[in-house]
Design a protein around this ligand. Structure first.
Ligand code: ATP
Length: 316
């Protein structure tokens, strides 16, 4: 998928472990401000891909550009622009939350004068500001996870990579994590989140990247509520009228809707332009007297779409 202002560009990446090609010509770009769900079966190459983007391993061929920096040519500069939560993250259990964050702020080269503010900002973003004096080892798994994410974003990176951030969390902690990830995105960070828990990814992701066997099976913007940030992408809408209205297709077409299918009092169509275009269309419909009973973005069922995609790919 092309991106006007890609914050991450991955070009023709090859990565081999002894006797195994883990990434086989992977190319894609990621738009700024998006949250990309990175999914794929066990062994698909997700962790290897994240490690390549983070510059933790060297690909056999290809390159990765993060926020304008070639990760392998200038890894330190690239690291200043990204945060990485590994699947087996660690926190220093003997240190307080504040000391842990301060340590990471120092490691990121944040000057003494700005360090306290950086620590407090990261703690506030992860909603652990009330835990600053508690020892990291005393935190619950969910709060330790938040501390690890706060450590990763203490320098306010442009890009945050997360490998299985929801694993081992209870449902309440996972729900909280989704809100935190949306917050980080709202603060201007671009996120790639690898996970097997598709129902949750669907709650906060704007884009989907599917890997299988070291290749990209699919990369697209997601529709529905989660796709609000994806202005350029069309969102599929389902509209129901309380009574027949022969003008409906013409009104929809005039508002820029495409692929319009009307069956009785129900219409389905695609609408580019994001949430603003939805509001404008709804105003227009009501203004022209269409008896609108419901107007809903159709949410992609990520799990169904993913399973169908894998089935199709395996048939091939
Ligand atoms: P999972 O969902 O199980 O975490 P993944 O999609 O993250 O899987 P990777 O961990 O990137 O996949 O692994 C990709 C392939 O490379 C797998 O076949 C894996 O067995 C293999 N692999 C991973 N790490 C190594 C290693 N250090 N040495 C050899 N092979 C490896």
């Amino acid at each position: 998928m092309a991106a006007a202002d890609p914050v991450i560009a991955v070009e023709a990446l090859l990565f081999d472990y002894p006797g195994l090609r883990a990434l086989d010509g992977v190319s894609f770009s990621i738009r700024r401000g998006t949250i990309t769900a990175l999914v794929g079966p066990n062994g698909a190459g997700k962790t290897t891909l994240l490690n390549c983007i983070a510059g933790l391993v060297l690909p056999g061929a290809g390159r990765v550009i993060v926020d304008g920096i070639d990760v392998n040519r200038a890894p330190r500069e690239a690291h200043a622009r990204m945060g990485y939560l590994a699947d087996s993250f660690g926190v220093y259990g003997e240190l307080t939350v504040e000391r842990c964050l301060d340590y990471w702020a120092r490691a990121q080269g944040i000057a003494t004068a700005g360090r306290k503010a950086a620590v407090e900002r990261a703690a506030a973003r992860l909603e652990i500001a009330d835990r600053l004096q508690q020892r990291a080892g005393e935190l619950s798994r969910g709060l330790r996870q938040r501390l690890a994410i706060a450590q990763a974003i203490v320098h306010e990176p442009a890009v945050v990579l997360m490998d299985e951030p929801a694993s081992g969390l209870d449902p309440e902690a996972r729900f909280g994590l989704a809100a935190v990830l949306r917050n980080l995105s709202g603060a201007g960070m671009t996120l790639i989140v690898s996970s097997h828990i598709l129902a949750e990814l669907e709650d906060y992701s704007t884009d989907l990247l599917v890997l299988e066997g070291g290749r990209i099976l699919e990369h697209r913007a997601l529709g529905g509520a989660a796709g609000e940030g994806a202005d350029a992408a069309s969102i599929r809408i389902e509209l129901e009228l309380a009574a027949d209205d022969g003008n409906l297709p013409a009104i929809l077409a005039a508002a820029g809707a495409g692929d319009i299918r009307v069956e009785g009092r129900t219409a389905r169509f695609s609408l580019p332009g994001g949430i603003g275009a939805q509001a404008a269309l709804l105003r227009r419909l009501v203004g022209e007297g269409a008896p609108v009973a419901s107007f809903m973005p159709v949410r992609t069922d990520l799990q169904d779409a993913y399973l169908a995609l894998l089935k199709e790919s395996r048939k091939g």
